[in-house]
Design a protein around this ligand. Structure first.
Ligand code: SF4
Length: 243
């Protein structure tokens, strides 16, 4: 097994670029050290979770409960995990003591959403990923301009961890077709106008013709929660400066 993450990424992209998403995921899991899936149990999450369940239901699935999620997301998380037979879902929460000190009235998202995402998402995830060689995300190029050049595999220079994005080249229609073909349960908020679902205070309905993520941090320049940044910036031009 290679131990240079950049070489591992290059090899994955070279050898498995044309595989269907599930086969790419299976091949990557066979070549890397311990890997976890990070899932928001959001609008599209059932696709990748279904693929993972078909490969190995015991692979860890990390779910970040920011303690600001929609109740519908918490109910969906429980129901979908049961439906798929996932047996290693780990619920990750922010440290209570940190919340007490840094966001005692739970209004930090209004004053400083970057710091709020750092506290409630990025720091808990960084702690949870300790010891893993890589993690799996459900990000897709079509979701936003900041993800337009997303690769199926990338390396985080700061951690040396590999990030797998098996659905990078999937379009919204591919997701919809897969969900239908496998009769997978949908997040209940999608039918109510939320094609992308994050925390309750920072997610609004999307209007016809808007970007699917337009309802996230509406009215704010912020477009990403920070857990997908490499080198402190969101995905842009190359694998080296991207997330
Ligand atoms: Fe805070 Fe909003 Fe980020 Fe959730 S999405 S962690 S509430 S700023």
């Amino acid at each position: 097994m290679l131990h240079d993450p950049a070489k591992q990424v290059a090899r994955l992209l070279r050898d498995h670029a044309d595989l269907p998403a599930q086969d790419f995921l299976r091949a990557a899991l066979g070549q890397l050290g311990p890997v976890a899936m990070v899932s928001s149990f959001g609008a599209d999450s059932a696709v990748l979770l279904h693929m993972l369940a078909r490969i190995d239901r015991a692979i860890p699935v990390l779910f970040i409960d920011t303690l600001a999620l929609f109740p519908e997301t918490l109910a969906y998380q429980h129901a979908l995990a049961q439906h798929l037979g996932l047996c290693n879902v780990q619920i990750i929460t922010p440290e209570r003591s940190e919340l007490f000190m840094r966001d005692p009235d739970a209004l930090l998202h209004r004053a400083d959403p970057e710091s709020c995402c750092q506290l409630r998402k990025a720091e808990p995830l960084a702690r949870a990923l300790q010891g893993y060689a890589g993690w799996i995300t459900g990000r897709k190029r079509h979701q936003a301009a900041t993800r337009a050049l997303l690769e199926r595999a990338e390396c985080e220079p700061e951690t040396g961890r590999i990030r797998l994005n098996p659905l990078a080249d999937w379009a919204a229609a591919d997701i919809d077709a897969y969900l239908g073909r496998h009769d997978l349960p949908r997040h209940p908020l999608v039918a109510r106008g939320y094609p992308s679902i994050g925390c309750q205070p920072c997610t609004s309905r999307v209007l016809s013709g808007e970007d699917a993520r337009a309802g996230r941090w509406r009215g704010n320049e912020k477009t990403e929660c920070g857990i997908h940044f490499i080198g402190g910036i969101p995905h842009r031009n190359t694998q080296e400066d991207a997330a």
